[in-house]
Write a new protein. Structure first.
Length: 361
């Protein structure tokens, strides 16, 4: 029998059932313009080489029905910015061509309904190598640790294929909060101590792989927005305490959920989940409690914890023996941000359904 959230802490059984029904469809129902609930992602975890076919997942969306989804594959630079549309690449699958060599690729989805439109993009692939047997990334690098000044972050190189031996060079970058501009921090290696200059930014690594044939690179996902160790927010003055949200109709929103690793390939490795909470004015929220669990329960369920001054909370969850490791599969999770003491079915709580991909090594 599955454990249900405690009364007053998360959803009642009826409300949770309603939320899980939404999970069965990529498009939910509400009276609003389209809102992206789970970012698009590239679900095929294969080496990024010329001739390989990638598969894009459109993610999940809420809003007034009907919602029309259109796709577009993008060709970007090595830092996954300055993207341009690839002509005639509008399906859910895309076969990499020679023109993609030296570039990264993204899968973009635009949702439209009678209320408006919204566009969301997947994380970028690694750089497409220009030669056969040059290093090609299979799963992206990762970064773990707390994005707080003085804390240490740790990077992995990801997994690669190509002629052996392959050597790796890891460099650290900081990006603006929207990840539209990134630059090097001047630091290299698999660990990095978060600096005061990183406050308000996000951190990631770029891994360059090289062998006798050639070289290519890949990027990790970014961390949460960096916060001061003293408790000052990383939101650039755009942070509010949960007690001060409302009363003029504002609510909490589960703004972003980042899984690391993603995809999950091993049940013995904990999954690091970083959840960002904002209010409906777009401000980061400090002190919001976050409930988080898999649906159905195939991982440990963390104890509800409050968001910090950067609006985030991080959980380490352990996959159980029945956690499915399958190609082209995803495990769904339910997240709820709420204020302690609010009524279970009232107050300013916000919920979201998200998913993490799995991949069989």
């Amino acid at each position: 029998m599955q454990r249900m959230p405690s009364p007053g802490v998360a959803l009642t059984g009826i409300a949770l059932l309603t939320a899980l029904v939404v999970a069965g469809s990529a498009i939910g129902r509400s009276q609003a313009k389209p809102s992206n609930q789970q970012e698009p992602f590239i679900s095929s975890k294969i080496a990024v080489v010329v001739g390989a076919t990638l598969t894009g997942n459109q993610g999940s969306w809420n809003g007034t029905s009907p919602i029309t989804l259109t796709n577009q594959w993008l060709r970007c630079n090595k830092d996954a910015v300055d993207c341009s549309k690839i002509k005639n690449a509008t399906g859910t699958s895309y076969t990499i061509v020679k023109d993609d060599a030296g570039h990264t690729l993204r899968f973009q989805v635009t949702a439209k309904n009678s209320e408006g439109s919204e566009t969301a993009e997947s994380n970028a692939t690694g750089e497409v190598p220009g030669k056969a047997n040059a290093p090609a990334v299979v799963s992206s690098p990762t970064v773990s640790g707390n994005a707080v000044v003085g804390q240490q972050l740790t990077a992995t190189t990801g997994t690669w294929q190509g002629s052996s031996p392959i050597t790796f060079n890891i460099t650290w970058q900081h990006c603006n909060s929207a990840v539209t501009s990134c630059s090097g921090t001047g630091k290299k290696g698999n660990s990095y101590t978060v600096a005061a200059a990183d406050v308000g930014k996000r951190i990631r690594v770029r891994v360059e792989a090289q062998n006798s044939v050639g070289k290519s690179s890949a990027l990790s996902d970014t961390t949460a927005v960096v916060a001061n160790s003293s408790g000052g927010g990383g939101g650039g003055g755009n942070t509010v305490k949960v007690a001060d949200v409302g009363p003029a109709g504002e609510r909490l929103t589960v703004d972003k959920v980042v899984f690391n690793p993603n995809p999950v390939t091993n049940r013995s490795v904990p999954i690091r989940v970083t959840i960002t909470v904002k209010d409906t004015k777009g401000r980061l929220v400090q002190g919001a409690l976050v409930f988080f669990r898999s649906t159905p329960i195939v991982t440990s369920t963390p104890t509800d914890a409050p968001t910090g001054s950067d609006g985030t909370v991080t959980y380490n969850i352990q996959p159980r023996s029945d956690f499915p490791i399958k190609n082209g599969f995803s495990v769904q999770f339910f997240a709820k941000a709420y204020r302690s003491g609010d009524p279970t079915l009232a107050g300013i709580s916000g919920t979201r359904l998200v998913q993490v991909a799995t991949h069989k090594p």
